[in-house]
Design a binder for this molecule. Structure first.
Ligand code: ATP
Ligand code: MG
Length: 217
């Protein structure tokens, strides 16, 4: 990771639009050239983030996702910015809207539901366990395919997720009431398409279906 001085950081920051912030300060900035910087706080004195900074996890996850054909942001650089006690990742904007925004304006129709179910099944089949997988971190791309942002908190195995992990991930997916309600309205279509793409043997498929039904009820 490249070290940025405070002056270098301010130069990048100049004219930037703040996309997300919290009580600790700015989290995501869109720079003048349209690229994005996401900042990570080192939360505790003794933290795994000291040894494996979130910015680096983000970088590694981006390249792993691309390797397995999942659309995500393209990283330009990763920085250490000691003056503001942050690490940062600098990436190109992925064209599209968050699924949550999209649903707010267009609702979740059958076609998008089917594509979303197939996309999530593909992630699970490919061993992607994305803990922050809510509708604010899934982008819908203009060609109606999907991509992922906010990818620091993710494990990518080289084997497909077992049923337990899949269910835990469905709980992550439906953590926000607003997302869960949209999905519940298309529950049958969503589950059918998800299971079709998973292609599990009949017994496992039935078991999984029951468990997803519980999550979405
Ligand atoms: N590559 C991108 N392409 C388009 N929009 C993006 C991109 N990266 C971030 N954004 C926008 O910035 C917002 C916040 O980014 P991100 O999800 O990475 O941060 P966050 O810290 O999780 O913020 P929040 O808690 O608000 O989700 C997103 O919801 C999205 O609107
Ligand atoms: Mg987010």
């Amino acid at each position: 990771m490249k070290k940025l001085s405070y002056e270098q950081y301010l130069a990048l920051h100049n004219g930037a639009e703040i996309l997300a912030s919290d009580s600790f300060g700015e989290k995501v900035l869109r720079l003048k050239d349209g690229s994005i910087i996401k900042l990570f706080r080192i939360k505790r004195i003794i933290s795994s983030a000291l040894f494996y900074p979130y910015a680096l996890r983000f970088v590694h996850n981006s390249s792993k996702l691309k390797k397995i054909g999942i659309n995500t942001v393209t990283v330009i650089n990763a920085f250490k910015i000691p003056a503001i006690k942050r690490t940062a990742v600098h990436y190109k904007e992925l064209e599209g809207d968050t699924l949550r925004n999209h649903i707010m304006h267009h609702s979740l129709n059958i076609k998008i539901t089917q594509k979303l179910a197939a996309f999530i099944a593909r992630l699970h089949n490919e061993g992607v366990y994305f803990r922050s997988i809510h509708f604010g971190n899934i982008l819908i791309i203009p060609d109606n395919s999907f991509g992922l942002i906010d990818i620091a908190d993710m494990k990518i195995k080289n084997y497909s997720l077992n049923i337990g992990k899949r269910i835990r991930n469905f709980n992550h997916l439906t953590r926000y009431e607003i997302d869960k309600n949209s999905l519940k309205q298309q529950k049958e279509i969503f589950i059918r398409e998800y299971l079709k793409t998973c292609n599990f043997p009949h017994d496992n498929s039935k078991k999984l279906e029951e468990k997803i039904n519980v999550v979405l009820s």
